[in-house]
Design a protein around this ligand. Structure first.
Ligand code: NAD
Length: 481
């Protein structure tokens, strides 16, 4: 049975789209068609932006509510999403190949937690801060919602990464037009249902499934006030150019090529660190922006580190994303698999050595699978060490001492995540402080809703998560009296 959406969620209800064009959604594990969704055209984006604009400009509307009132609705939204978590995670995993156990833990739970977290943050927000001016007189500094937000989301964690945007934006009092990726637009129907059931006012959330043209149209739309984008660095640059020309505020969460730095005192026993190492380097078969895909290993223990990663990669269960025992599912699309295979070929051609994997698993005759692949003898200048692969491919790079490890870690265009593996947390902290990155973990890595997440260099601009994220959806007004 396939899932069909022939209408678009605009202005709080399912509306007839301007054309009969549809997006066909295919299972990454079986390559079978699992559904179709009406594809938004420019006229539909216009309608969605108008709905968001009207909701935002309503003199008694969402933007003017007390934050605590918005928080009540956000909590109901969380509960409605929670009650749909099984369906949401099934759809996400069927579409993009994310192992269902990971989908349940992240795609099912994270948006719910984020909404509850930002409802709590909203309750602490006060619009006005009174100050006494240096020149005398009273001053009010107001934080106002920034307006209509265009939120553009990739396919790898479609529900969570949408929530990274709408949860703080709703707390601030903004309205949104969300553009999901064509690969993962079946699950957004459930997001819309949850919003309606929770009583999110009409027009506060609108959804326009479509490809990059629809995204680009939304970015340059004259009635949008702010863009929040998660995706590739190439698309991020193009969006930043448009926003630069328009002087439109933009938050960019982009690609990564983070370093997992194994210090010479690290515990390499997979029984102890295996799960955390997997999360930090191979989660969602490498289709995760923050993973430490450059593993920096001390020369004194290089062979041991190679064996550890070979054992880890070799032990992972590959299979259909909907099988609860699967640890490695397929790539999200055939295009993505081609890209990953292209990088594997390049790695070999540039002289790196495949220790494990490198091909398609013989156990799978359908689906866009790639074996977890470990490259040894990688030089940090190799293409596979410099470019984001977005697949289950790790490059093991040798270093001499801690300074050398930090130098190699920082010799990258990116700076999003990272990790340091050591039995001495203080030493790990010292190394972590020197890595040019937006986020980094010691002996584990997982973004936490309470604290800012984002990148430096080509990994992005601005931050999501934590109370800090709300400011990206506010503008500051000073009133002198
Ligand atoms: P992508 O850049 O191709 O697409 C992301 C989204 O942007 C999609 O919805 C797409 O339709 C849209 N889009 C593409 N070009 C656009 C343009 N010029 N204008 C407006 N919209 C446009 O990325 P993807 O392949 O879907 O996702 C993978 C990438 O996302 C990887 O590079 C990954 O590192 C990155 N990512 C980053 C983070 C982060 O938080 N930093 C998180 C997840 C994924």
């Amino acid at each position: 049975m396939t899932i069909e959406y022939d209408k678009l969620f605009i202005g709080g209800s399912w509306t007839t789209p301007s054309s009969s064009n549809t997006i066909t959604v295919v299972s990454a594990s079986t390559e079978e068609v699992i559904g179709s969704v009406a594809e938004a055209q420019e006229a539909d984006v216009d309608a969605a932006v108008d709905a968001a604009r009207t909701a935002f400009d309503d003199p008694n509307g969402w933007a003017t509510w007390e934050p605590a009132q918005r928080a009540d609705v956000m909590e109901r939204f969380a509960t409605e999403l929670e009650s749909r978590a099984q369906d949401i995670t099934q759809r996400v995993s069927a579409q993009n190949g994310m192992p269902i156990s990971i989908s349940l833990a992240i795609e099912g739970a994270f948006p719910v937690n984020l909404l509850r977290y930002y409802a709590g943050v909203a309750r602490t927000l006060s619009a006005d801060e009174a100050r006494t001016g240096l020149l005398g007189g009273a001053i009010t500094v107001r934080r106002e919602p920034i307006g209509v937000v265009g939120a553009i989301v990739p396919w790898n964690f479609p529900q969570s990464l949408a929530a990274f945007k709408y949860a703080p934006a709703l707390a601030a009092g903004c309205t949104l037009v969300i553009k999901p990726s064509p690969e993962t637009c079946l699950d957004t129907g459930l997001l819309a249902d949850a919003a309606v059931a929770a009583g999110i006012p009409n027009g506060v959330i609108n959804i326009v499934p479509g490809g990059r043209e629809v995204g680009a149209y939304l970015v340059s739309h004259p009635r949008v006030d702010k863009i929040s984008f998660t995706g590739s660095t190439a698309a991020g640059r193009s969006i930043a150019e448009t926003c630069g020309r328009l002087l439109r505020p933009v938050t960019l969460e982009l690609g990564g090529k983070s370093a997992a730095i194994v210090l010479d005192d690290a515990d390499l026993d997979l029984a102890t660190i295996g799960e955390k190492l997997f999360q930090a380097t191979l989660l969602n078969q490498g289709q995760t922006c923050f993973l430490g895909t450059r593993v920096l290993a001390p020369a004194s223990r290089y062979d041991e580190v190679v064996q550890t990663f070979a054992a880890l990669a070799g032990s992972l269960k590959i299979g259909d994303a909907l099988d609860p025992t699967t640890q490695i599912g397929p790539m999200a699309s055939d295009r993505q698999r081609d890209r990953v295979e292209g990088y594997i070929a390049k790695g070999k051609a540039e002289g790196a050595k495949v220790i494990v994997g490198g091909g398609r698993p013989s156990s799978q005759d359908k689906g866009w699978f790639v074996e977890p692949t470990i490259f040894a003898d990688v030089d940090n200048n190799h293409t596979i060490a410099q470019e984001e692969i977005f697949g289950p491919v790790l490059s093991l790079i040798k270093y001499n001492d801690d300074d050398d490890a930090v130098r190699i870690a920082n010799d990258s265009d990116f700076g999003l995540g990272g990790s340091v593996w050591t039995q001495d947390p203080e030493r790990g902290f010292g190394v972590a402080r020197r890595v040019q990155t937006g986020t980094i973990g010691i002996n584990s890595y997982m973004p936490d809703p309470s604290s800012p997440f984002g990148g430096v260099k080509a990994s992005g601009l601005g931050r999501e998560l934590g109370p800090e994220a709300v400011q990206y959806y506010q503008s500051v007004k000073t009133i002198y009296t």
